[in-house]
Design a protein around this ligand. Sequence first.
Ligand SMILES: [Zn+2]
Length: 376
Amino acid sequence: MASGQEEQPDRRGPQQHGFVVARPFGIPVHVSPYWFVIAGVFIVIYANNLSALSRDLRYVVAAAFVVLLYVSVLCHELSHSLVARGFGLPVRRILLYPLGGVSEIEREAPTPGRQFLVAAAGPALSLALAVAGWGLAQVAPYGVTGALIRQLMFANFVVAAFNLLPGLPLDGGQMLRAVIWKVTGRPNAATIAAAWVGRALAVGLLVIPFFTGGLAGGNFVSGLWVIVIAAFMWTGATQSIKATRFRERLPALQARRLARRAISVPASTPLAEAVRQADEAGARAIVVVDHGGAPIGIVNEASVIATPEQRRPWVDAGSMARTIEPNMILSADLQGMALLDAIKRAPASEYLLVEPSGEVVGVLAARDLDQVFAGV
Ligand SMILES: [Zn+2]
């Protein structure tokens, strides 16, 4: 139940994910088709544990439990979402997974205090549901209803406690991050620290039951649960680290700074001669121009490298060039996400960088962009 802020800034917009089952407060709640299968499996497993009840009643009670459990999870997510919206942060949707949910909040809270409150809102609500369940159990302690209330109380308490573990991607990790952010003033460093705690918790989750004998007795199912949850936490923490490294590198992404100096040659120039001219000029790109001197193609670096030295005098530069399409011409002023978006629109290995006046600045190689993100 991560209050998932948009972790991966380069995500290609909202993908379709199952279907919308409800719109509480205008927030669409998405459920994946396999969620129904898993919910069905949970109902069957739970019903089998209710052998004291009649066959029909068993399934009714089990279905009520599973549905109310997911309603509890939905309330937890709504709590994150409504607090976020109260701070003016747009909420795209809530996703319900078999193992929990995510509130997709489109922007990060501008201050650590607000981030803390958005993250704390979920577990606080789960805790409130647990307390309400406890109160109800005092009023109706007997029979099937009493048992159902007690189980929901316990489940909500577990949801609150688990999510308060202080590592990303859990809510407690978001809260820890907010505290470190507040203390150090460095939101990115705070994410990395909280994510490493998340990784440590994931490893701990696997290792501690192993040493304390918690997995002994051949309880295969609970062992599987632990592995699934640990894997979820590890990948979530890793994603946070990657997204942060990505954000940290974004300012270095400036088309003008990455521009390769280019020379211009007519298409009929032998490749060997074009390469010689480029070397002489200290250029790392070759632009093919028409008779009027206007750029029409960019020589593909990979094709040049793949052409043996002795062949180069016999092929002309034009045959190694990719025709410049309108969306391969980019402004040298592009930077950050805007530059990435422009490249996503027109995938190519080389782009022509121009001034607003149309004057050619140089060539941008997609390879050089990858270098900026190397190791992310
Ligand atoms: Zn949560």
